[in-house]
Write a protein that binds this ligand. Structure first.
Ligand code: NAD
Length: 354
Protein backbone atom coordinates (compact mmCIF):
# COMPACT_ATOMS: atom_id res chain seq x y z
CA UNK A 1 0.00 0.00 0.00
CA UNK A 2 1.42 3.39 -1.03
CA UNK A 3 0.87 6.43 1.18
CA UNK A 4 1.33 10.11 0.43
CA UNK A 5 1.74 12.01 3.71
CA UNK A 6 1.64 15.82 3.51
CA UNK A 7 3.35 17.76 6.29
CA UNK A 8 5.43 14.71 7.19
CA UNK A 9 8.31 16.83 8.50
CA UNK A 10 6.06 18.31 11.19
CA UNK A 11 5.35 17.09 14.69
CA UNK A 12 2.48 14.67 13.98
CA UNK A 13 3.38 14.02 10.33
CA UNK A 14 6.85 12.78 11.28
CA UNK A 15 5.31 10.43 13.88
CA UNK A 16 2.96 9.15 11.14
CA UNK A 17 5.87 8.58 8.71
CA UNK A 18 7.92 6.78 11.36
CA UNK A 19 4.90 4.64 12.28
CA UNK A 20 3.96 3.74 8.69
CA UNK A 21 7.55 2.96 7.67
CA UNK A 22 7.65 0.36 10.45
CA UNK A 23 5.40 -1.76 8.22
CA UNK A 24 7.48 -3.20 5.36
CA UNK A 25 4.30 -3.64 3.27
CA UNK A 26 3.84 0.14 3.20
CA UNK A 27 5.65 2.72 1.07
CA UNK A 28 5.60 6.32 2.26
CA UNK A 29 6.12 9.50 0.26
CA UNK A 30 6.38 12.62 2.40
CA UNK A 31 5.62 15.99 0.80
CA UNK A 32 6.59 18.98 2.89
CA UNK A 33 7.38 22.63 2.20
CA UNK A 34 9.73 22.76 5.22
CA UNK A 35 8.33 25.89 6.81
CA UNK A 36 9.74 26.96 10.19
CA UNK A 37 7.78 24.00 11.67
CA UNK A 38 9.15 21.35 9.32
CA UNK A 39 12.33 19.56 10.36
CA UNK A 40 13.91 16.68 8.48
CA UNK A 41 15.90 15.81 11.61
CA UNK A 42 12.66 14.36 13.01
CA UNK A 43 12.86 11.74 10.24
CA UNK A 44 16.47 10.71 10.80
CA UNK A 45 15.46 7.20 11.92
CA UNK A 46 13.79 6.47 8.57
CA UNK A 47 15.55 8.75 6.08
CA UNK A 48 17.42 5.81 4.52
CA UNK A 49 14.58 3.28 4.82
CA UNK A 50 13.80 1.44 1.57
CA UNK A 51 10.11 2.37 1.87
CA UNK A 52 10.48 6.14 2.49
CA UNK A 53 10.87 9.05 0.06
CA UNK A 54 10.89 12.81 0.69
CA UNK A 55 9.68 15.40 -1.80
CA UNK A 56 10.28 19.07 -1.00
CA UNK A 57 7.13 20.79 -2.29
CA UNK A 58 4.25 23.09 -1.41
CA UNK A 59 0.78 21.54 -1.28
CA UNK A 60 -0.43 24.58 -3.26
CA UNK A 61 1.71 23.34 -6.19
CA UNK A 62 -0.97 21.09 -7.67
CA UNK A 63 1.13 20.02 -10.69
CA UNK A 64 3.82 18.55 -8.45
CA UNK A 65 1.21 16.89 -6.24
CA UNK A 66 -0.40 15.27 -9.27
CA UNK A 67 2.98 14.10 -10.57
CA UNK A 68 3.81 12.50 -7.22
CA UNK A 69 0.41 10.81 -6.99
CA UNK A 70 1.05 9.17 -10.39
CA UNK A 71 4.75 8.52 -9.94
CA UNK A 72 4.35 6.77 -6.58
CA UNK A 73 1.09 5.02 -7.50
CA UNK A 74 -0.58 6.38 -4.35
CA UNK A 75 -3.41 4.46 -2.67
CA UNK A 76 -3.94 6.68 0.38
CA UNK A 77 -3.36 10.40 0.92
CA UNK A 78 -2.94 11.48 4.54
CA UNK A 79 -3.22 15.25 4.51
CA UNK A 80 -1.58 16.85 7.56
CA UNK A 81 0.29 19.84 6.07
CA UNK A 82 -0.96 22.99 7.75
CA UNK A 83 -0.05 26.10 9.60
CA UNK A 84 -0.81 24.89 13.10
CA UNK A 85 0.09 27.42 15.78
CA UNK A 86 -2.86 29.42 17.17
CA UNK A 87 -0.74 32.35 18.40
CA UNK A 88 0.82 32.77 14.96
CA UNK A 89 -2.66 32.71 13.38
CA UNK A 90 -3.62 35.70 15.52
CA UNK A 91 -0.51 37.67 14.50
CA UNK A 92 -0.63 36.71 10.81
CA UNK A 93 -3.67 34.80 9.53
CA UNK A 94 -2.70 35.03 5.83
CA UNK A 95 -0.49 31.92 5.75
CA UNK A 96 -3.27 29.96 7.48
CA UNK A 97 -5.78 30.88 4.78
CA UNK A 98 -3.25 30.08 2.04
CA UNK A 99 -2.07 26.67 3.30
CA UNK A 100 -5.00 25.38 5.32
CA UNK A 101 -7.81 26.46 3.00
CA UNK A 102 -6.35 27.08 -0.48
CA UNK A 103 -3.76 24.32 -0.01
CA UNK A 104 -6.44 21.79 0.96
CA UNK A 105 -8.54 22.90 -2.03
CA UNK A 106 -5.57 22.27 -4.34
CA UNK A 107 -4.85 18.90 -2.72
CA UNK A 108 -8.50 17.91 -3.24
CA UNK A 109 -8.43 18.93 -6.90
CA UNK A 110 -5.23 16.98 -7.54
CA UNK A 111 -6.58 13.95 -5.68
CA UNK A 112 -9.87 14.10 -7.61
CA UNK A 113 -8.16 14.27 -11.01
CA UNK A 114 -5.88 11.37 -10.03
CA UNK A 115 -8.72 9.29 -8.57
CA UNK A 116 -10.94 9.76 -11.62
CA UNK A 117 -8.20 8.35 -13.83
CA UNK A 118 -7.59 5.22 -11.73
CA UNK A 119 -8.70 1.77 -12.92
CA UNK A 120 -11.84 0.57 -11.08
CA UNK A 121 -10.01 -1.85 -8.80
CA UNK A 122 -7.66 0.91 -7.56
CA UNK A 123 -10.48 3.47 -7.44
CA UNK A 124 -12.28 1.47 -4.77
CA UNK A 125 -9.16 1.35 -2.58
CA UNK A 126 -8.25 5.04 -2.77
CA UNK A 127 -8.75 7.27 0.30
CA UNK A 128 -8.16 10.95 1.01
CA UNK A 129 -7.72 11.24 4.78
CA UNK A 130 -7.97 14.77 6.09
CA UNK A 131 -6.36 15.30 9.51
CA UNK A 132 -8.04 17.97 11.59
CA UNK A 133 -8.49 19.29 15.08
CA UNK A 134 -11.14 19.36 17.80
CA UNK A 135 -10.71 23.16 17.86
CA UNK A 136 -13.18 23.39 14.93
CA UNK A 137 -15.96 22.72 17.48
CA UNK A 138 -15.17 25.87 19.47
CA UNK A 139 -15.60 26.47 23.14
CA UNK A 140 -17.06 24.21 25.88
CA UNK A 141 -18.12 25.33 29.36
CA UNK A 142 -15.71 24.27 32.11
CA UNK A 143 -18.11 21.87 33.76
CA UNK A 144 -20.17 20.20 31.04
CA UNK A 145 -20.35 18.98 27.46
CA UNK A 146 -18.11 17.00 25.14
CA UNK A 147 -17.48 17.14 21.38
CA UNK A 148 -19.00 14.32 19.37
CA UNK A 149 -18.82 13.91 15.60
CA UNK A 150 -22.27 15.60 15.46
CA UNK A 151 -21.25 18.75 17.36
CA UNK A 152 -21.80 21.81 15.11
CA UNK A 153 -18.68 23.73 14.09
CA UNK A 154 -18.05 27.02 15.94
CA UNK A 155 -14.36 27.90 15.53
CA UNK A 156 -12.92 30.86 17.47
CA UNK A 157 -9.39 31.53 16.16
CA UNK A 158 -8.10 32.14 12.63
CA UNK A 159 -6.36 28.74 12.93
CA UNK A 160 -9.49 26.80 13.89
CA UNK A 161 -11.61 28.72 11.36
CA UNK A 162 -9.17 27.79 8.59
CA UNK A 163 -9.23 24.14 9.66
CA UNK A 164 -13.04 24.20 9.83
CA UNK A 165 -13.14 25.60 6.28
CA UNK A 166 -10.82 22.81 5.08
CA UNK A 167 -13.00 20.15 6.75
CA UNK A 168 -16.05 21.54 4.93
CA UNK A 169 -14.20 21.50 1.60
CA UNK A 170 -13.20 17.87 2.12
CA UNK A 171 -16.81 16.86 2.86
CA UNK A 172 -18.00 18.86 -0.16
CA UNK A 173 -15.54 17.03 -2.45
CA UNK A 174 -17.03 13.77 -1.21
CA UNK A 175 -20.68 14.81 -1.43
CA UNK A 176 -20.36 16.69 -4.73
CA UNK A 177 -17.71 14.77 -6.69
CA UNK A 178 -17.69 11.40 -4.91
CA UNK A 179 -14.04 11.59 -3.79
CA UNK A 180 -13.58 8.86 -1.14
CA UNK A 181 -12.63 10.82 1.96
CA UNK A 182 -12.30 10.16 5.70
CA UNK A 183 -11.74 12.79 8.38
CA UNK A 184 -10.42 12.79 11.90
CA UNK A 185 -10.56 15.53 14.54
CA UNK A 186 -8.09 15.17 17.35
CA UNK A 187 -7.40 16.83 20.68
CA UNK A 188 -4.06 18.39 21.74
CA UNK A 189 -1.04 16.24 20.99
CA UNK A 190 2.21 16.12 22.93
CA UNK A 191 5.37 14.03 22.80
CA UNK A 192 8.85 13.86 21.24
CA UNK A 193 9.81 16.16 18.31
CA UNK A 194 7.23 18.82 19.33
CA UNK A 195 8.30 22.27 18.12
CA UNK A 196 9.67 24.31 21.05
CA UNK A 197 7.06 27.09 20.78
CA UNK A 198 4.24 24.78 21.93
CA UNK A 199 3.23 24.71 25.60
CA UNK A 200 4.78 21.44 26.81
CA UNK A 201 8.23 21.70 25.15
CA UNK A 202 8.35 25.44 25.85
CA UNK A 203 7.84 24.80 29.55
CA UNK A 204 10.38 21.96 29.69
CA UNK A 205 13.06 23.95 27.86
CA UNK A 206 12.41 27.27 29.62
CA UNK A 207 12.60 25.44 32.96
CA UNK A 208 15.97 23.91 32.03
CA UNK A 209 17.17 27.42 31.10
CA UNK A 210 15.81 28.87 34.39
CA UNK A 211 13.49 31.13 32.35
CA UNK A 212 9.89 32.10 33.24
CA UNK A 213 7.25 29.47 32.47
CA UNK A 214 4.46 31.48 30.78
CA UNK A 215 0.87 30.47 31.56
CA UNK A 216 -2.08 32.25 29.94
CA UNK A 217 -4.56 34.01 32.28
CA UNK A 218 -5.02 31.97 35.44
CA UNK A 219 -4.06 28.73 33.64
CA UNK A 220 -7.64 27.50 34.00
CA UNK A 221 -8.22 26.59 30.33
CA UNK A 222 -8.75 22.87 29.89
CA UNK A 223 -7.40 20.70 27.06
CA UNK A 224 -7.61 16.98 26.41
CA UNK A 225 -4.11 15.59 25.79
CA UNK A 226 -3.08 12.68 23.58
CA UNK A 227 0.41 11.20 23.18
CA UNK A 228 1.51 11.74 19.58
CA UNK A 229 2.35 8.08 18.91
CA UNK A 230 -1.20 7.10 19.93
CA UNK A 231 -2.47 9.68 17.44
CA UNK A 232 -0.21 8.35 14.66
CA UNK A 233 -1.58 4.85 15.28
CA UNK A 234 -5.15 6.18 15.22
CA UNK A 235 -4.50 8.00 11.94
CA UNK A 236 -3.14 4.87 10.26
CA UNK A 237 -6.26 2.99 11.37
CA UNK A 238 -8.65 5.72 10.16
CA UNK A 239 -6.82 6.01 6.82
CA UNK A 240 -6.84 2.27 6.12
CA UNK A 241 -10.08 1.13 7.78
CA UNK A 242 -12.24 4.23 8.28
CA UNK A 243 -15.59 4.23 6.48
CA UNK A 244 -15.69 6.56 3.46
CA UNK A 245 -17.54 9.80 4.19
CA UNK A 246 -17.22 9.39 7.97
CA UNK A 247 -15.31 11.43 10.50
CA UNK A 248 -13.76 10.17 13.72
CA UNK A 249 -12.96 12.08 16.89
CA UNK A 250 -9.65 11.10 18.47
CA UNK A 251 -8.76 11.98 22.05
CA UNK A 252 -6.81 10.86 25.07
CA UNK A 253 -9.53 11.12 27.72
CA UNK A 254 -7.00 13.19 29.69
CA UNK A 255 -8.44 16.60 30.47
CA UNK A 256 -6.05 18.90 32.32
CA UNK A 257 -5.95 22.62 33.02
CA UNK A 258 -2.94 24.35 31.50
CA UNK A 259 -1.71 25.11 35.00
CA UNK A 260 -1.93 21.44 36.00
CA UNK A 261 0.11 20.49 32.92
CA UNK A 262 2.82 23.04 33.72
CA UNK A 263 2.92 21.98 37.38
CA UNK A 264 3.17 18.31 36.39
CA UNK A 265 6.19 19.08 34.17
CA UNK A 266 7.78 21.01 37.05
CA UNK A 267 7.28 18.06 39.39
CA UNK A 268 8.86 15.59 36.93
CA UNK A 269 11.83 17.92 36.45
CA UNK A 270 12.24 18.35 40.23
CA UNK A 271 12.83 14.60 40.25
CA UNK A 272 14.97 14.28 37.14
CA UNK A 273 17.15 17.40 37.38
CA UNK A 274 16.67 19.20 40.73
CA UNK A 275 17.35 22.93 40.86
CA UNK A 276 20.14 24.06 43.22
CA UNK A 277 19.51 25.15 46.82
CA UNK A 278 16.22 23.25 47.13
CA UNK A 279 14.35 25.61 44.79
CA UNK A 280 11.41 24.20 42.85
CA UNK A 281 10.59 24.62 39.16
CA UNK A 282 7.06 25.73 40.07
CA UNK A 283 8.58 29.00 41.31
CA UNK A 284 9.31 29.89 37.64
CA UNK A 285 5.60 29.89 36.68
CA UNK A 286 4.56 33.34 35.38
CA UNK A 287 1.00 34.27 34.53
CA UNK A 288 0.71 36.33 31.30
CA UNK A 289 -2.15 38.19 29.58
CA UNK A 290 -4.66 35.75 28.12
CA UNK A 291 -4.84 35.12 24.38
CA UNK A 292 -7.83 36.82 22.63
CA UNK A 293 -10.62 34.35 21.79
CA UNK A 294 -9.05 31.72 24.07
CA UNK A 295 -11.49 28.80 24.23
CA UNK A 296 -12.14 27.68 27.79
CA UNK A 297 -12.27 23.94 27.31
CA UNK A 298 -12.02 21.24 24.65
CA UNK A 299 -13.07 17.67 25.41
CA UNK A 300 -13.46 14.89 22.88
CA UNK A 301 -15.76 11.89 22.85
CA UNK A 302 -13.62 9.25 21.14
CA UNK A 303 -16.09 6.39 21.60
CA UNK A 304 -16.79 6.05 17.85
CA UNK A 305 -13.20 5.23 16.86
CA UNK A 306 -12.87 3.00 19.92
CA UNK A 307 -16.07 1.09 19.13
CA UNK A 308 -15.95 0.95 15.33
CA UNK A 309 -12.21 0.74 14.65
CA UNK A 310 -10.89 -0.78 17.90
CA UNK A 311 -8.43 2.04 18.69
CA UNK A 312 -7.58 3.08 22.26
CA UNK A 313 -4.75 5.25 23.57
CA UNK A 314 -1.95 3.15 25.11
CA UNK A 315 -0.14 5.94 26.97
CA UNK A 316 -1.64 7.54 30.09
CA UNK A 317 -1.04 11.28 30.45
CA UNK A 318 1.31 10.75 33.40
CA UNK A 319 3.47 8.16 31.66
CA UNK A 320 3.41 10.03 28.34
CA UNK A 321 4.43 13.28 29.98
CA UNK A 322 7.32 11.59 31.81
CA UNK A 323 8.46 9.99 28.52
CA UNK A 324 8.26 13.42 26.85
CA UNK A 325 10.30 15.18 29.54
CA UNK A 326 12.91 12.40 29.37
CA UNK A 327 13.03 12.70 25.58
CA UNK A 328 13.78 16.44 25.76
CA UNK A 329 16.42 15.83 28.43
CA UNK A 330 18.14 13.29 26.16
CA UNK A 331 17.74 14.91 22.73
CA UNK A 332 19.28 18.35 22.79
CA UNK A 333 20.76 17.51 19.33
CA UNK A 334 17.20 17.94 18.01
CA UNK A 335 15.89 20.96 19.89
CA UNK A 336 19.15 22.84 20.58
CA UNK A 337 19.62 24.21 17.05
CA UNK A 338 15.94 25.18 16.73
CA UNK A 339 15.94 27.01 20.03
CA UNK A 340 19.18 28.87 19.56
CA UNK A 341 19.16 29.61 15.82
CA UNK A 342 15.62 29.64 14.54
CA UNK A 343 13.47 30.38 17.52
CA UNK A 344 14.07 32.10 20.83
CA UNK A 345 11.77 30.55 23.44
CA UNK A 346 10.98 33.79 25.20
CA UNK A 347 9.37 35.23 22.03
CA UNK A 348 6.13 33.48 22.85
CA UNK A 349 6.16 34.99 26.33
CA UNK A 350 6.69 38.43 24.82
CA UNK A 351 3.88 37.93 22.32
CA UNK A 352 1.59 36.87 25.13
CA UNK A 353 2.39 39.86 27.24
CA UNK A 354 1.78 42.15 24.24
P1 NAD B 1 3.29 21.19 12.51
O1 NAD B 1 3.16 22.67 12.43
O2 NAD B 1 4.25 20.59 13.47
O3 NAD B 1 3.67 20.61 11.07
C1 NAD B 1 3.10 21.09 9.88
C2 NAD B 1 3.96 20.62 8.73
O4 NAD B 1 3.34 21.07 7.51
C3 NAD B 1 5.37 21.22 8.76
O5 NAD B 1 6.32 20.20 8.50
C4 NAD B 1 5.35 22.23 7.63
O6 NAD B 1 6.62 22.41 7.00
C5 NAD B 1 4.33 21.62 6.68
N1 NAD B 1 3.69 22.62 5.81
C6 NAD B 1 3.15 23.81 6.17
N2 NAD B 1 2.68 24.46 5.10
C7 NAD B 1 2.91 23.65 4.03
C8 NAD B 1 2.63 23.74 2.65
N3 NAD B 1 2.02 24.83 2.13
N4 NAD B 1 2.98 22.73 1.84
C9 NAD B 1 3.62 21.62 2.34
N5 NAD B 1 3.91 21.48 3.64
C10 NAD B 1 3.56 22.47 4.48
O7 NAD B 1 1.81 20.65 12.76
P2 NAD B 1 1.33 19.37 13.59
O8 NAD B 1 1.15 19.75 15.00
O9 NAD B 1 2.17 18.21 13.24
O10 NAD B 1 -0.12 19.17 12.96
C11 NAD B 1 -0.30 18.39 11.79
C12 NAD B 1 -1.78 18.38 11.43
O11 NAD B 1 -2.54 17.86 12.50
C13 NAD B 1 -2.34 19.77 11.13
O12 NAD B 1 -3.23 19.66 10.05
C14 NAD B 1 -3.08 20.14 12.42
O13 NAD B 1 -4.15 21.00 12.15
C15 NAD B 1 -3.55 18.78 12.88
N6 NAD B 1 -3.73 18.64 14.34
C16 NAD B 1 -2.73 19.00 15.21
C17 NAD B 1 -2.92 18.82 16.58
C18 NAD B 1 -1.83 19.17 17.58
O14 NAD B 1 -2.07 19.08 18.80
N7 NAD B 1 -0.62 19.50 17.17
C19 NAD B 1 -4.12 18.28 17.06
C20 NAD B 1 -5.10 17.93 16.14
C21 NAD B 1 -4.89 18.10 14.79
Amino acid sequence: MNFLVTGGAGFIGSAVCRHLCGNPAYRVTNIDKLTYAGNLASLRSIENAHNYRFVHADICDDRTILEVLHHDDIDIVMHLAAESHVDRSIDGPGAFIETNIVGTYRMLNSALEYWRGLPDVKKGQFRFHHVSTDEVFGDLPFDSGIFTEQTPYAPSSPYSASKAASDHLVRAWHDTYGLPVVLSNCSNNYGPFHFPEKLIPLVILNALDEKPLPVYGAGANVRDWLFVEDHARALAIVATRGVVGESYNVGGGSERTNLAVVQAICDILDNRRPRPAGRRYRDLITFVTDRPGHDRRYAVDASKIERDLGWKPRESFDSGLARTVDWYLQNEWWWGPIRSERYAGERLGEARKG
